[in-house]
Design a protein around this ligand. Structure first.
Ligand code: THU
Length: 174
């Protein structure tokens, strides 16, 4: 990793090399997943139909399962003023927050790809979406599971921390 400054006694410094590891499951096919996850993957793929992506042509669908079993779908919505658009994940999470206030999030599944295709390897959520996932995970004090869908592999993470290490949350502010 980093070199220690030269010419100083090795025991003068307390710096330590650290490593963060993450755990996730990789499935080769959706059929390997538990039935509720299979249903959510199907919903994320369906949600791509709602993508409005005339600029990027990259269609992303998201399906969010709430703890009461409700599935809320989202799809990326673009705008000619590019930053005004919104990703599929935040579209789904904000729709859930607005329509089912106080109902905790359980699992968020995401599928993206060009046009009708879904990426072979899972498309990863952008940093802003990960930050929003972290907010709801903290709000509901409950791990939010994340499923990233590709045609050659599906990844499942048991908590947002695994895709957003060193989370900035309200504890950081207090
Ligand atoms: N997009 C998402 O919807 N989710 C992501 O995680 C990454 C990117 C959208 C934003 C934009 O409409 C298109 O994909 C290309 O970046």
């Amino acid at each position: 990793m980093f070199d220690r400054p030269k010419g100083k006694r090795a025991d003068f410094y307390t710096m330590t090399d650290k490593r963060i590891t993450i755990d996730y499951i990789e499935y080769a096919a959706v059929g390997e997943m538990e039935p509720l996850d299979q249903e959510l993957v199907a919903a994320a793929l369906e949600a791509r139909a709602g993508s409005y992506s005339p600029y990027s042509k990259f269609r992303v669908g998201a399906a969010l399962r709430l703890v009461d079993g409700t599935i809320v779908k989202g799809a990326n919505q673009e705008n000619i003023a590019y930053p005004s658009g919104l990703c599929a994940e935040r579209t789904a999470m904000f729709a859930a927050g607005a329509n089912y206030p106080g109902v905790a999030f359980d699992t968020l599944a995401v599928a993206g790809g060009n046009g009708a295709e879904v990426c072979e390897m899972p498309a990863a959520p952008c940093g802003a979406c990960r930050q929003v996932m972290a907010e709801y995970q903290k709000l509901f004090d409950r791990p939010l599971k994340v499923i990233l869908i590709g045609t050659h592999a599906i990844y499942k993470f048991s908590k947002v921390d695994d895709i957003l290490p060193l989370i900035f949350d309200s504890l950081t502010l207090s």
